[in-house]
Design a protein around this ligand. Structure first.
Ligand SMILES: *Cc1c(COP(=O)(O)O)cnc(C)c1O
Length: 432
């Protein structure tokens, strides 16, 4: 369930008509529901209530500070993958001891800033990273708490571009070499080993791959303890999938996920961290767009809309499906139409859906992409010189712009001309 429902023939975000937001901010735009964000966080928090735990929101999925503030106020930590995300979490009021630093390519400068600002732990992904972190921590007179991300070589059975837990992926240390790597970590005075980290991919629709990975982590925990390491925290990553369509089988619920975690690692007495992104943010957001033209092709109809791949890249990048619905509720008995739904960008990849059956719409009608909260706004670009689209937050009957659309002037003014191009008279031919 989410909070984007038809009421009296019109699509609402909580208690606000989508059309009212469109009239106020223009299209396209993203809109998020506070109630859905809170509810999804609470589902995870309650699913792990059987033990000591922290739910760290993977903020790469949706990093607007207003969203971070809502979740942090509920007690969430943050999983960050860059110092930019770290600083954004701090700006939203998240304390350092609730921020986990993940990612394969942390630089010395990022490590330094995080250590100085306060950090819950680094999830280290390689030996060279471990050596670098040790040096940086020692140079600051600090000790960095770490887990090592292990790669359990488990098939997450998800899209290749979002699978991370097979040995061919760049992430983590092969679990077969983990004991060796922990032995090395234990000798480095700038590091303090506190646990193990694993994350096998995103949009998983079954529990079995998680369970297989967590069983390996449980076994490793016991081996590492026997080797003399203190393993008190397990970071089990994110990755639980969401239903992108109303029709197909729904992925497992956080409740079942929580029970499975208890089965797999509950007996170890570790503090549990998880890093969900998509399941918290995905169905908490819509992308709203307007139909510019309905164009008849030779054998199909194109719905040309004002949103494009630069605003929502998931269909172009991962062949992702989003349910697309009209903002005015279709009347019962309306004959559905079939469209190729495309944006205005000069790329054939700027296609959101092919031969999509949906209620018939016309020029100037509003449509909404469901499940667009995660990996939507955060992946947007200004390709084709299209300014980043606004983000709007709804809370009950209120709404507010939480990131404004830049003006064309603002967007263009970010370019600067080098001196040799900006002098008024540069038409002289070179000497000689
Ligand atoms: C992307 C990512 C997540 C979040 O994945 P979701 O599928 O959005 O839950 C969590 N942890 C790490 C290390 C990630 O890279």
């Amino acid at each position: 369930m989410d909070h984007f429902l038809y009421r009296d023939g019109a699509l609402y975000a909580e208690d606000v008509p989508i059309a009212d937001i469109a009239a106020a901010v223009g299209t396209p735009f993203y809109v998020y529901s506070t109630a859905t964000l809170k509810r999804h966080f609470t589902l995870f928090d309650e699913a792990l209530a059987w033990g000591d735990h922290l739910v760290c929101f993977a903020m790469k999925s949706l990093s607007n500070q207003a969203v971070l503030k809502i979740l942090a106020d509920q007690g969430a930590g943050m999983d960050v993958v860059s110092i930019g995300e770290y600083l954004r979490a701090k700006a939203a009021g998240v304390p350092g001891d609730r921020i986990v630093f993940s990612g394969v390519g942390k630089t010395a400068d990022e490590m330094r800033q995080a250590l100085q600002g306060g950090i819950r732990q680094f999830n280290v992904e390689s030996e060279p990273e471990m050596i670098m972190l040790d040096q940086v921590a020692q140079s600051l007179g600090k000790v960095a708490p770490i887990t090592v991300r292990v790669n359990p070589d488990v098939d997450a059975k998800t899209h290749a571009k979002i699978a991370t837990g097979k040995s061919e992926n760049k992430f983590g240390i092969p679990i077969s070499r983990a004991r060796e790597v922990y032995a090395m970590a234990a000798k480095l005075p700038g590091l303090k080993v506190i646990g193990i980290d694993v994350h096998i991919g995103s949009q998983l629709t079954e529990l079995a791959p998680f369970e297989a990975a967590y069983a390996k982590v449980a076994e490793l925990t016991e081996q590492l303890r026997a080797d003399g390491h203190e393993i008190t925290r397990l970071d089990l990553g994110g990755g639980l999938g969401i239903p992108y369509t109303r029709s197909n089988d729904a992925p497992p619920l956080p409740t079942d996920y929580g029970k499975m975690v208890q089965r797999a690692v509950g007996h170890l007495g570790c503090e549990i961290e998880i890093e969900p992104g998509r399941l918290i943010a995905g169905n908490a957001g819509l992308l709203v767009s307007k139909v510019i033209y309905v164009k008849s092709g030779e054998d199909r109809e194109f719905l040309i809309i004002d949103g494009a791949m630069n605003d929502l890249i998931r269909p172009a990048m991962y062949e992702a499906w989003h349910d697309i619905v009209p903002v005015v509720e279709p009347a019962p008995g309306d004959v559905p139409a079939k469209y190729d739904i495309v944006g205005p960008i000069c790329e054939s990849g700027d296609t959101f859906a092919k031969a999509r059956e949906m209620p018939a719409v016309a020029a100037d009608d509003l449509i909404a992409f469901r499940s667009a909260g995660a990996y939507g706004a955060v992946m947007a670009s200004e390709y084709n010189s299209r300014p980043l689209i606004p983000e709007v937050l709804v809370n009950g009957d209120q709404f507010a712009v939480i990131r404004a659309r830049p003006t064309y002037e603002e967007m263009i003014a970010r370019d600067t001309l080098p001196a040799w191009l900006s002098t008024p008279d540069n038409s002289e031919s070179p000497a000689d």
